[in-house]
Design a protein. Structure first.
Length: 307
């Protein structure tokens, strides 16, 4: 189920591929939400209170259950089960940073007319957090960074992570961003004097642009190694690595296959670009200045610069 920062989210629990068989008619089905971390904001609901002689109870928040009763065939019960849904009604919890992204387990137990009881079957609700669509999202302190960390996608948005006043900056880690997977705009990390690594970005699978700027303590980009090395993709908004005086090498960005611009400037210790050895094409500009003496070492895949 995909959750956004406003409105509600609903997902059907039993799809058209489900099967239900029994030698006897079914007398009842109990459906139980194993846990409800967000309390009354989430529940099991139904599109109908009765169907084909089967009555469907109201959801009990106390016991986290909804019950179907009435003797009917397996096919009739399957139709009734296909009206059930899981919903979450208070998406503002996401914005406030206290929404639980844990998977929800929903158990189904069947009772047939002959007294038989089935083993419980389970449906799992998996959450994908989508931030509110906007032109850009800027995180300027740790609290905001934690809020961004509730995201898995930032549709049509750029993500700016920076400190407006580096002297009072409290952002020293990106660990809260581990759920983040897609930034369709540009991911820009700038002016964080205490940041030493990109740990926390291990799960990012796509960025439309990538910028590291004025990160005076950054020594490694290796945290990118676990994701971008898997597949090659275009970075249309450019790659910019500037003002990182303690960055010795770029690693883990092998997935960057093509881009519009590549700027590597004022990284005095940087002498190895092997982490960009998957980069084959730059459509506009390549600019190097103020880096280590062998900064072009490792940029072995680049074949075309069109600008």
């Amino acid at each position: 189920v995909t959750l956004s920062e406003s409105g509600s989210a609903t997902v059907m629990l039993v799809d058209s591929m489900a099967m239900l068989t029994d030698d006897a008619n079914i007398a009842a089905v109990s459906v139980k939400l194993e846990a409800s971390p967000d309390g009354i904001a989430e529940k099991i609901g139904t599109l109908s209170s009765s169907l084909g002689g089967i009555s469907i109870s109201e959801y009990s928040a106390e016991f986290r259950t909804i019950n179907l009763t009435g003797v009917a065939s397996p096919a009739q019960y399957l139709s009734a089960l296909q009206t059930l849904n899981y919903s979450h009604s208070q998406m503002t919890n996401i914005v406030n940073g206290d929404f639980s992204l844990a998977n929800r387990s929903i158990h189904f137990t069947l009772y047939d007319q002959d007294g038989g009881v089935s083993a419980a079957s389970t449906a799992t609700v998996v959450f994908s957090r989508v931030c509110q669509a906007q032109t850009s999202y800027e995180a300027t302190n740790h609290t905001q960074l934690v809020r961004v960390g509730r995201c898995s996608r930032m549709p049509r948005s750029s993500l700016f992570i920076r400190c407006l006043d580096p002297s009072t900056c409290d952002v020293t880690t990106l660990s809260s961003l581990q759920p983040l997977m897609y930034v369709y705009g540009s991911l820009q990390i700038t002016s964080l004097p205490g940041l030493t690594s990109l740990a926390g970005l291990e799960n990012v699978e796509y960025v439309g642009g990538f910028q590291l700027q004025d990160l005076v303590s950054l020594s490694s980009t290796a945290a990118f190694a676990s994701h971008t090395a898997r597949v090659g993709f275009d970075v249309p908004l450019g790659i910019f690595i500037t003002g990182c005086p303690n960055l010795v090498s770029i690693s883990g960005m092998q997935g960057f296959q093509s881009t519009s611009s590549l700027y590597v400037i004022s990284n005095s210790k940087l002498e190895d670009l092997s982490g960009l050895n998957g980069l084959q094409n730059v459509s506009q500009h390549v600019y190097f200045q103020g880096n280590g003496g062998k900064v072009l070492r490792g940029l072995t895949g680049l074949t075309t610069v069109s600008g």
